[in-house]
Design a protein around this ligand. Structure first.
Ligand code: WTA
Length: 658
């Protein structure tokens, strides 16, 4: 067993005691899209398996080769094939399903919109024409910074229609984060909105965008959706309202032909350094993977209504609100706001209103619902639900069981789906009509996906053991590179366990996992410096550098400590400069400083001031020890520390702060 952080040992023990099993009912099985184990054997020849799945999307020109792995780890899927993803997502549905609902939009204040495939097609084309009139061409980057309104998926699709590359920045990120992402991608246009609704409050997105744009030389225009109708600053010649831009545009726009390997989008995510990585996804393979997994993991049928509660600012929204569902011609719900506005039953009200059949959310949300109590879901008719899913972090068995009983009524298969921004689509997950589930386990890799658990040397760990989760062969939705940083791509994901001299390429996911004797995977969390706060990835270094950026801070160390609701919470330890005094005001100021630098999601839950940070003799901060302190674990041997007595002092302060 490699050296996993100590808290994992505790988690493993708790999980391995989990004996409950849930087998899909005969009734569910008999109607499922996939109901035979034999699909896994088909997936063993993964290249031909994915070759077969590619028939489910529209291509203009077929491929000459399914996978070209000759320049590994740089993959090419569906070589030489031509397509435009919007033809799969829109055009091909028009004839039979033009009047079918693509999106039921539910605004937080209670307004709603019904958007058919034909409406969506027209709006996407109008915006594509508008963007083209502003100079967007194939290959240009478009930054998108919006709330969860229909114009958000429309913006992604309009970008794709033109063969441009979108880079969505989550609306909860700060001006600085937006600015850095725009500059890294050298985006030409920013699409944003005046304000967004969140928990009954207005979030001034245009204002944040304006601050960002002051330092983004590549942006020539800003397109502004009027969501709340607030009066916002519009810069002459630069800013244009969305409704003005599309007003006179044609509802037809020939899609630009793209190569299967042309970039579809960049999405920034946190790694182990302070600088987020621009994860670059390609076109053809991504859509094949998105469509296959959406259809089969959620067992979606022609007339189903499906709802993924993620924000389109994250990869889950890209793949499972936009590309997967639309490629499958599915009807989805998009909800703008928080689950407790106006009251704590909003989600359940929406499920009842639209008779949602598949519901996909995050463990942190489920744990919050548990805290709120069963009376909220009990008030509504949830009997339309057939499959319920989770994503983003490990789900503890207790939350799984609660979800099963109170939302799934004990009859809906639960799909606990493991994947990453980098993988593009779901990788490890039950197939609801096939897999016997165990609460807390994402079960087994999907057909066509290769995974393993390895030790420090990269050797496969026998069943029953734990180690690092790796992916053993390419898959269609895999990231192609880190934007403008291919060396980092090779190093971060393929550097650790691959053996290039033997032409053996192994993808390191950054997660620890254990595999039980049935071969089921139990995810244990990150093994690197990435924290997972409510399912959002934030690097410890990102928060540390935001803290050190403050004039009063000399040094900072940040760890993710276990939290019953958010999975992890950010715990910071800070040493102050010279004669600065650490008091409650400064504490609040530092928390706000991080929110301004990165975004509210990165605001530390706790900050402890200390005269020194515990360091090894070589000067490395002992983050592990700080995590033990934050989680009030018994401290192990500290004799290797350069400054052993500092530990007691920090522990005392942390305890009194808790
Ligand atoms: C974690 C979100 C356990 C994991 C799609 C991964 C999970 C990171 C699960 C990716 C799951 C995601 N069980 N852990 N079902 N799903 N994770 O890039 O640590 O935002 O590496 O993608 O979330 O987060 P990302």
């Amino acid at each position: 067993m490699p050296e996993l952080p100590e808290e994992h040992a505790v988690t493993i023990e708790a999980l391995m005691d989990e004996q409950r099993k849930f087998t899909p009912s005969e009734e569910f099985k008999s109607q499922a899209n996939i109901n035979s184990q034999s699909i896994y054997a088909e997936g063993d020849d993964y290249v031909s398996f994915w070759d077969g799945q590619a028939a489910n999307i529209s291509w203009r020109t077929p491929w000459t080769q399914t996978l070209d792995w000759s320049n590994a780890p740089f993959a090419k899927w569906f070589v030489d094939a031509k397509l435009n993803v919007t033809e799969s997502c829109l055009d091909r549905h028009l004839e039979k399903n033009g009047d079918k609902v693509a999106y039921y939009f539910e605004g937080e204040p209670g307004d709603s919109r019904v958007i058919t495939y034909s409406d969506l097609y027209k709006e996407v084309n109008q915006l594509a024409n508008g963007l083209e009139s502003l100079g967007i061409q194939k290959g240009d980057r478009i930054a998108i910074y919006m709330g969860m309104i229909p114009e958000l998926p429309i913006a992604l699709l309009a970008s794709a229609r033109l063969g441009a590359t979108h880079s969505v920045v989550f609306g909860g990120f700060s001006s600085d984060s937006l600015r850095d992402r725009i500059n890294d991608a050298e985006a030409k246009i920013l699409i944003t909105c005046d304000e967004s609704w969140r928990n009954g409050n207005r979030v001034a997105l245009k204002e944040y965008a304006d601050a960002a744009i002051e330092e983004t030389p590549t942006i020539t225009n800003v397109v502004v959706v009027a969501r709340t109708g607030a009066k916002v600053n519009m810069v002459d010649g630069r800013d244009i309202f969305y409704h003005d831009l599309v007003a006179d545009q044609s509802t037809e726009k020939a899609a630009t032909e793209t190569d299967s390997e042309d970039p579809l989008f960049i999405l920034y995510t946190s790694g182990t350094t302070a600088r987020p990585k621009g994860i670059q996804h390609a076109t053809g393979g991504y859509l094949v993977g998105a469509a296959y997994t959406h259809k089969n993991v959620f067992d979606v049928k022609e007339d189903d209504v499906y709802w993924c509660t993620a924000d389109i600012g994250w990869v889950t929204g890209h793949t499972y609100i936009v590309y997967g569902p639309l490629a499958n011609g599915c009807t989805s719900v998009i909800y703008e706001g928080v689950p407790n506005f106006p009251d704590k039953d909003r989600f359940w009200e929406i499920i009842a209103k639209y008779k949602v059949n598949q519901f996909y959310t995050a463990p942190t949300a489920i744990r919050t619902f548990m805290k709120w109590g069963t009376e909220y879901p009990a008030k509504h008719d949830l009997s339309s639900l057939k499959v319920i899913g989770t994503v983003g972090e490990p789900i503890n068995p207790e939350a799984w069981i609660w979800y099963n009983e109170n939302i799934g009524n004990g009859t809906c298969p639960i799909v606990d789906t493991w994947w990453q921004t980098e993988t593009g689509h779901i990788m490890i997950s039950p197939l609801p009509g096939v897999t016997t589930t165990k609460p807390g386990s994402a079960t087994v890799p999907l057909p066509g996906i290769g995974a393993d658990i390895v030790d420090d040397e990269g050797n496969s760990v026998p069943l029953g053991g734990g180690g690092y989760l790796v992916l053993t062969h390419p898959w269609p939705g895999m990231l192609r590179t880190i934007y403008r940083d291919p060396e980092r791509f090779k190093d971060v994901y393929w550097g650790r366990f691959s053996k290039p001299e033997e032409n053996k390429w192994v993808y390191f996911a950054g997660d620890g996992a254990k595999r039980d004797t049935d071969g089921y995977y139990w995810l244990l969390g990150r093994v690197d410096d990435v924290m997972n706060i409510s399912g959002h990835r934030i690097s410890t270094l990102e928060v540390e550098s935001a803290l050190v950026d403050h004039q009063s801070v000399a040094e900072a160390a940040v760890v993710g400590r276990a939290d019953a609701t958010t999975g992890q919470a950010i715990a910071a330890f800070v040493t102050l400069k010279g004669n600065v005094v650490g008091n409650d005001d400064l504490l609040a100021e530092l928390r706000e400083h991080v929110a301004t630098k990165i975004g509210k999601i990165a605001r530390p839950a706790s900050i402890v001031f200390t005269d020194e940070l515990p360091k090894t003799r070589s000067g490395k901060i002992m983050r592990r020890l700080l995590r033990d302190i934050s989680e009030q674990r018994k401290l192990g041997d500290v004799t290797t520390l350069a400054n052993a007595d500092v530990v007691r002092e920090i522990a005392d302060r942390a305890n009194s702060a808790a």
